[in-house]
Design a protein around this ligand. Structure first.
Ligand code: T1G
Length: 688
C-alpha cells in the first residue's frame, strides 16, 4: 500500500497502491503510522511524501463512498494530522495529483513538483466537493477566484500554472524527491501550515461571482455547495472544515452523485468482455481502410487520424473522393485555428491520410471499416471484394446501424474476422462506439475492436446482433411512446420540453428531426413488415409524406427558419389534432410527469429486455450507451440506473398499469424485470 524508508535524516513515504495510488483506508492508516513514526524518531528531521508508478495519487478511493470504510482513518482527519505534524512534511509530486491526493499535498508544509505533475480537484465531476479540506486550504493558498475556478470546473492544471498560482513552491528539474532532500540539506523547512493563512482577500467577490454563474436547472448542486464552503472561510479553520464535511455528506447522498459515480466506473466496466481469457491479446491496429467517404466515413477518418492512425479512404468517384479529402482537411485545420492542435500536429494527421479509388488499396491494412450505403446488396459487393483483397488477419468491420451483421459476415469466407463498429454521427465527436459481436466474431477480434475503441478515445460497448442493436432498439420504443403521447394530447414542444427539463440533451422529436424524418420513415416501413403486431402512430408518416424530413429540409416536426432552431409549426399542430380526431382519440391535458414516466419507462423496459436476451452483457452497458450516445444526463446515470433509483417494484407496477391502458401491448413487462422484482434484486446486482 505504501513504502516507508528512512533515507539519511528523511523518512520517505511512497504511496504504492496501483493502479492510481487511490487513498483507501489501508493507505491512510499506513500514512498516519508513518507520520507518527517520524515524529518519535529523533534521527528523522523531515518527511517526504511521494507516489510510485509515475503518479502521486488519483485521490480518495471512490469505491469507499457507499461503505463504512470511508470513515476508517477518515481522509480529512489524516490531512489535518499531516499539517499538525511536529516535523515538516514535504510533498514531492510527479504525474497525476487529483482529489484527495491534492488535498494531502495542500496539508504538507512544502510542495515540489516536476514537469509531469498535473493537479485537479475533480470531485465536482462526481457530484461531490473536495471533502479533505480542499475547500478551506486551496483558497487560502491561491485566492478564492482561482480556487473556485479549479474546484467548480474540475479542470486539471499543469505544473507551471500550479507554480504561478502558488499551489506548489518549487518546480524540480529532475526527481522531485531528490529536490526535497536538497531542500532539507539546505536547511529544515519551517512548519508552514495552510490552515494558518488568512481568508483570501477576494473571498466575497469571488463567491458572489461563482454563485452568479450557477445554472438553476443544473441537476448537480455540487458547484453551489463548493461556493458555500468558500463563503464560510474565516478565522476558525475547523469551523469551515465542519461545514465542508456536512455539505460533502449531503452531496454524497444525492442521486446526481450516485449517478456520476455510476458513470465513472461504468465507462471503465463496459470495456470488460466476460469470459475473455487473460491470454487473448488484442491485435495491433496501425493502419485502417475506410470504405466510403461520406458523412460517416469522413467523421470516422477524422477520429482515427486524431488518434495517430494512418487512414486510407476508398471512394470510387473522383468528385466524392475530393469532397471527402477537402472535408477532412477543413475540419483538421479548423482545430488549428481554434488552438485545439498545433499546425505541426495537423500536418502529421493530414500526412497520415490517403484516398484511393479502388478497394485494392486496402491489401495491407490491419482493419477495414465499411461505411457505405445501408443496403445489403452494396455491403455484399464490398465485403466479397474485401475478402479477396485484404490480408487474412485483417479485421473487417461494418458501420451498419440497421442491417444484420451476421448476414454481412456471411459474405466473407472467414466470418470470425467480421465485427460491427457502429459509430454515432458526428463520428469524430460522439464518444460512443457500439462494438457489435456477430455470432461468429472471434473473441480476439472482439477484444481487438474494444482496444481500438479505447485507442481512438471512444467508449466501446459490446452489443449482440438484433434490430437496432442496443441504443437504437431502445430509442424506437422511446419514440413510439412519444408518438402515442402526440395522439393523446401532447404537442411536440411539450414532449421535448419535458424531457429536456428532466435531463435529456435533446427531446425525442427534435432528435428525429435532426436524424431525419426520412430515416425514421424507412425504419418504420421495414418494421411494419417485420413486426406487424407493433404498429406505430401514423403521425410521422403523415409528416414524411409532406416532404418534411426535418432540419435537412428546413421543416419536419418543427420549422427551422434559420436551419437549426426548432420552432413549433401550427400546420403540424393542426395535423396532430386532426389525426387524434380521425382515430377517435379525445385529446386530454398530459402532464410533464406522465411524459417523462412513459418515455423513461419505455427505455427501461426495452433495456431490461435487451439485457435479459443477452444482447447487452450488463445493465451498466445499456446505461453507458445512453449517457455517451443519446444525450441522457450523466447526473441521471442511465435508464437502468434510474430504474434502480425508482425501485423495480414500482416500475413493474406502473408497467402493468400502463399495459391495461391504450396500446397496452407496448407495455408488456420485460421478463428480466419481473424476475428481479420477485428476487428483490436490482439491475446493479447484474453489473458484476
Ligand atoms: N478511486 C478508486 N478507483 C479509481 C480511482 C479512484 N479515485 N481512480 C481511478 N480508479 C480506478 C479505475 O476505476 C480503473 O479501475 C483504474 O483505477 C484505472 O483508472 C475526499 C472525495 C487517476 C486520471 O475523481 O481521473 O478524492 O477499470 O482507467 O486512464 O476530496 O482514473 O482498472 O478496475 O481511469 O490512467 C477524486 C478519478 C476522488 C479521479 C487515471 N478523484 N480518476 O486515469 O486510468 S474523490 C477522481 C481519474 C476524492 C476527496 C474526494 C483517472 C486517473 P479498473 P483509469 P487512467
Amino acid at each position: 500500500m505504501i513504502e516507508v524508508e528512512r533515507v539519511g535524516s528523511i523518512l520517505e513515504v511512497r504511496l504504492a497502491n496501483p493502479p492510481v495510488n487511490a487513498m483507501g483506508a489501508p493507505v491512510r492508516r499506513a500514512v498516519l503510522e508513518a507520520i507518527v513514526q517520524a515524529e518519535v524518531d529523533p534521527a528523522v528531521v523531515a518527511v517526504v511524501i511521494t507516489g510510485k508508478g509515475g503518479l502521486f495519487s488519483g485521490g480518495a478511493d471512490i469505491t469507499e463512498f457507499e461503505s463504512p470504510a470511508m470513515r476508517d482513518h477518515f481522509l480529512p482527519d489524516l490531512v489535518d494530522r499531516i499539517e499538525q505534524s511536529s516535523k515538516p512534511v514535504i510533498a514531492a509530486i510527479s504525474g497525476t495529483c487529483f482529489g484527495g491526493g491534492l488535498e494531502t499535498v495542500l496539508s504538507c508544509h512544502y510542495r515540489i513538483a516536476d514537469a509531469t505533475a498535473r493537479f485537479s480537484l475533480p470531485e465536482v465531476k462526481l457530484g461531490l466537493l473536495p471533502g479533505g479540506g480542499g475547500t478551506q486550504r486551496l483558497p487560502r493558498l491561491v485566492g478564492a477566484a482561482a480556487a473556485l475556478d479549479i474546484m467548480t470546473s474540475g479542470r486539471a492544471l499543469g505544473a507551471k500554472e500550479a507554480l504561478a498560482l502558488g499551489l506548489v513552491d518549487q518546480l524540480a528539474e529532475g526527481d522531485p524527491v531528490a529536490a526535497a532532500h536538497a531542500l532539507v540539506a539546505s536547511g529544515v523547512p519551517a512548519l508552514r501550515r495552510s490552515c494558518d493563512l488568512p481568508a483570501p482577500a477576494d473571498q466575497a467577490e469571488a463567491v458572489s461571482a461563482a454563485r452568479s454563474r450557477l445554472k438553476p436547472e443544473a441537476l448537480s448542486t455540487a458547484p453551489a455547495r463548493i461556493a458555500d464552503c468558500v463563503a464560510v472561510i474565516g478565522t476558525d479553520f475547523q469551523a469551515g472544515r465542519a461545514v465542508e464535511a456536512e455539505l460533502f455528506d449531503g452531496l454524497r447522498a444525492t442521486e446526481a452523485s450516485r449517478a456520476l459515480r455510476h458513470a465513472f466506473f461504468g465507462e471503465r466496466k463496459v470495456a470488460r468482455i466476460p469470459g475473455l481469457a487473460k491470454d487473448v491479446a488484442p491485435r495491433s491496429i496501425g493502419s485502417v481502410g475506410i470504405v466510403g467517404g461520406g458523412l460517416m466515413g469522413t467523421g470516422i477518418a477524422i477520429a482515427l487520424l486524431g488518434a495517430g492512425l494512418s487512414v486510407v479512404i476508398v471512394e470510387l468517384r473522383d468528385e466524392a473522393r475530393d469532397k471527402a479529402g477537402g472535408c477532412i482537411r477543413k475540419t483538421i485545420l479548423r482545430d488549428v485555428e481554434k488552438g485545439r492542435i498545433t499546425q505541426e500536429r495537423a500536418d502529421a494527421r493530414l500526412a497520415a491520410l490517403s484516398l484511393a479509388p479502388s478497394l485494392e488499396a486496402l491489401d495491407q491494412v490491419d482493419l477495414v471499416i465499411e461505411a457505405v450505403f445501408e443496403d445489403l446488396g452494396v455491403k455484399e459487393q464490398v465485403f466479397t471484394a474485401l475478402d479477396r483483397i485484404t490480408r487474412p488477419d485483417a479485421i473487417l468491420a461494418s458501420n451498419t446501424s440497421t442491417l444484420d451483421l451476421d448476414k454481412i459476415a456471411a459474405f466473407v469466407a472467414d466470418p470470425s474476422r467480421v465485427v460491427g463498429l457502429h459509430f454515432f454521427s458526428p463520428a469524430n465527436i460522439m464518444r460512443l462506439l457500439e462494438v457489435v459481436r456477430g455470432a461468429k466474431t472471434a473473441l480476439a477480434v472482439l477484444a481487438s475492436a474494444m482496444a481500438f475503441a479505447k485507442r481512438i478515445g471512444k467508449i466501446g460497448v459490446v452489443s449482440g446482433v438484433c434490430d437496432g442493436f442496443i441504443g437504437n432498439r431502445m430509442f424506437e420504443e422511446y419514440l413510439r411512446q412519444a408518438y402515442f403521447l402526440l395522439e393523446e394530447g401532447a404537442l411536440p414542444q411539450q414532449i421535448d420540453g419535458a424531457m429536456e427539463r428532466w435531463g435529456m440533451a435533446m427531446g425525442p422529436l427534435r432528435v428525429l428531426d435532426l436524424a431525419g424524418q426520412d430515416i425514421g420513415w424507412a425504419i418504420r416501413q421495414r418494421r411494419a413488415v417485420e413486426q406487424p403486431d407493433r404498429p406505430y402512430s401514423q403521425i410521422c408518416d403523415r409528416i414524411y409524406a409532406l416532404g418534411r424530413y426535418g432540419q435537412k429540409t428546413g421543416k419536419g416536426m418543427y420549422n427551422y427558419a434559420d436551419g437549426r432552431t426548432a420552432q413549433p409549426d401550427p400546420e403540424i399542430e393542426r395535423l396532430i389534432i386532426d389525426y387524434s380526431a380521425e382515430i377517435g382519440v379525445e385529446r386530454r391535458v398530459i402532464s410533464d410527469e406522465e411524459i417523462v414516466e412513459r418515455c423513461l419507462y419505455a427505455l427501461i423496459n426495452e433495456g431490461a429486455r435487451i439485457v435479459g436476451e443477452g444482447i447487452a452483457y450488463r445493465p451498466v452497458d445499456v446505461d453507458m450507451i445512453y449517457l455517451n450516445g443519446y444525450g441522457f444526463a450523466r447526473e441521471r446515470g442511465g435508464p437502468l440506473f434510474q430504474a434502480d433509483e425508482i425501485g423495480l417494484a414500482k416500475v413493474l407496477e406502473r408497467l402493468c398499469a400502463l399495459a391495461k391502458g391504450r396500446n397496452g401491448w407496448s407495455w408488456m413487462p420485460a421478463p428480466l424485470l419481473e424476475q428481479l422484482v420477485v428476487q428483490a434484486k436490482l439491475f446493479e446486482g447484474l453489473n458484476g
